[in-house]
Ligand binder design. Structure first.
Ligand SMILES: Nc1ncnc2c1ncn2[C@@H]1O[C@H](COP(=O)(O)OP(=O)(O)O)[C@@H](O)[C@H]1O
Ligand SMILES: [Mg+2]
Length: 252
């Protein structure tokens, strides 16, 4: 690894400690009022927003390190119950948007519960029922990271609804994240996977921006031996399809 990359990784790594201290303090102020004292509704709102953004910063540092590990070939595949992976991924995702959704999601028992909690937020879940109770050989951390990135884009660009679906295709799991937004014109289908590429709000002119989410998601999917593709046309939403080898056998 180049010296500059190590320096950046170290910096990101060292951000974890102060962020953990901030997160613990904010959580304490919000959840242990008998110890810390009462809060006005306004203070509670501010602290809740600070906590959500601290979690977002923690997730970003985690994701950046995971991407670096992935680039070094560090893949950790374990038997992962699909339902648990999806629940954790949705909890992490909604943690960044609305704790009113992420809290009940964290303790959702069944897939029906998860769907009932997600659907008022405009997220429709469709998973082949036969897959839900099964475990697959996945790097759960990286899989969740890819899916969270796609969901956050879909929520950013959707008009009303996002569809999340999972199916099996031979030895692969195929995840799809589809929104009903303006879509992406064909001429940009390759470009949007390049780092630092963003389309303007008008959806036509490329502009310089951060745009590293999709580049990272594609790199992770490839490091995992899979792929990430896009089906979209201007005006008809965007569907991102992630295909990952999952150690599953073709159903007989
Ligand atoms: N679901 C989507 N619908 C329309 N455009 C999208 C969608 N997802 C990504 N894009 C386009 O691809 C660009 C790159 O996405 P991404 O790498 O996630 O970066 P960022 O989210 O930081 O802009 C976005 O700026 C946007 O122009
Ligand atoms: Mg993004």
């Amino acid at each position: 690894m180049a010296r500059k990359e190590i320096k950046i990784d170290l910096l990101i790594h060292d951000l974890k400690n102060p962020l953990a201290v901030i997160q613990a303090g904010l959580s304490g102020l919000l959840s242990r009022r008998e110890q810390y004292g009462p809060l006005t509704p306004r203070q509670e709102r501010v602290l809740t927003r600070l906590l959500r953004n601290t979690r977002a910063a923690q997730m970003l540092t985690h994701d950046a390190l995971e991407l670096a590990r992935s680039g070094e070939g560090i893949i950790v595949r374990t038997e992962t119950p699909l339902k648990t992976m999806i629940r954790e991924m949705l909890t992490e995702f909604f943690d960044l948007i609305d704790s009113g959704i992420s809290e009940p999601m964290k303790s959702a028992d069944s897939f029906a519960d998860m769907d009932r909690i997600a659907s008022p937020a405009g997220l429709v879940l469709a998973v082949e029922p036969s897959l839900l109770e099964r475990s697959f050989l996945l790097d759960a951390d990286k899989t969740r990271q890819i899916l969270r990135n796609l969901l956050s884009n879909a929520f950013k660009y959707r008009k009303r609804q996002v569809d999340f679906a999972v199916r099996q295709d031979g030895g692969n799991l195929v995840f799809s994240v589809k929104d009903d937004g303006d879509g992406i014109p064909c001429e940009y289908h390759r470009k949007i996977f390049e780092a630092y590429f963003q389309l303007s709000a008008a959806g036509s002119d490329p502009v310089r921006g951060h745009g590293v989410g999709l580049a990272g998601a594609l790199a992770l999917a490839r490091d995992l031996g899979g792929d990430l593709s896009l089906v979209s046309g201007a005006g008809c939403g965007a569907a991102f399809i992630v295909r990952l080898p999952a150690g599953c056998k073709d159903p007989a």
